[in-house]
Design a protein around this ligand. Structure first.
Ligand code: HEC
Length: 241
């Protein structure tokens, strides 16, 4: 028991230490897994901008039929852009993989881009949202960008074509200054990232969708059952009083 307590206290201390090492305030984000349109948009952003480097190797495309309410044809047309060795389009039953070459990735970024299937569970949605909105210009870095939440990150700012590239310093009035502008306004970019994070939260635990659906009926059942149990109790006790 004492050993277990020591272990737990070490874990807790470690977590605090980790949190304290980075004083950035995480930005809150509203996750809504019932918003299928948002999940669909998030999936599209992911396959177009992230899959090139980050696999989702514990997820299959075919799951999007049930989970994102998409048809097989929509998935094949809008979400599958990879091919197999013979150049044919990846099958819908396949895992969501890419063809990143480990050596080339290490040469380019210093690390292999990690798989992101479980990233929302290990980092949390607020961390992801803050990370993806915290890139800024930094000429001292090899890729010309840095990240306030993840200093010296090895990832390029792949969504700068949408967001533009922020400068490290704010203007005198506290406004963001852009080194160059992207295709979206700041609000549009934020809502795009909410969709993307929403999608990553879903991918990290698709069973959440089932839990919500089943949970609803369980609550209804319990309410009805309690009512019936109450009537039954009255029936049993009416002669005792
Ligand atoms: C050109 C390749 C490339 C693309 C495209 C890319 N990333 Fe990355 N990403 C990386 C690399 C490399 C790292 C590792 C950085 C490090 O550890 O310093 C990384 C790290 C990350 C991390 C941090 C993982 C951790 O260590 O906790 C997240 C989250 C992430 N990427 C999300 C995304 C998302 C979302 C997209 C799509 C919008 C994306 N990435 C597109 C290369 C890429």
């Amino acid at each position: 028991m004492i050993r277990l307590l020591t272990f737990v206290s070490i874990l807790v201390t470690f977590n605090f230490a980790q949190a304290a090492s980075n004083n950035i305030q995480l930005k809150p984000v509203l996750i809504d897994l019932n918003n299928k349109a948002s999940l669909q948009r998030g999936a599209k952003i992911y396959v177009n901008n992230c899959l090139g480097c980050h696999t989702l190797k514990y997820q299959r495309y075919v799951k999007f039929i049930d989970h994102l309410s998409l048809t097989k044809e929509e998935i094949e047309k809008n979400l599958i852009f990879t091919t197999n060795k013979d150049g044919e389009q990846t099958k819908i039953g396949s895992l969501i993989l890419n063809s990143v070459n480990t050596d080339t990735a290490i040469e380019a970024f210093g690390v292999v881009p990690p798989d992101l299937t479980l990233i929302a569970r290990s980092r949390g949605s607020e961390w992801l949202y803050t990370f993806l909105t915290s890139f800024y210009e930094d000429d001292s870095r090899p890729l010309g960008v840095n990240n306030t939440l993840y200093p010296n990150v090895g990832m390029p700012h792949v969504l700068s074509w949408m967001e533009g590239l922020k400068k490290a310093q704010l203007s005198d009035k506290g406004q963001i200054i852009y080194a160059y502008k992207g295709s979206m306004t700041a609000e549009e970019y934020d809502s795009t990232i909410v969709d993307l994070v929403n999608f990553l939260v879903y991918v990290s635990e698709p069973a959440q969708l089932d839990r919500y659906r089943i949970g609803f009926w369980v609550i209804i059942f319990l309410s009805l059952f309690s009512f019936v149990a109450y009537l039954l109790k009255n029936e049993y006790w009416k002669d005792v009083k």
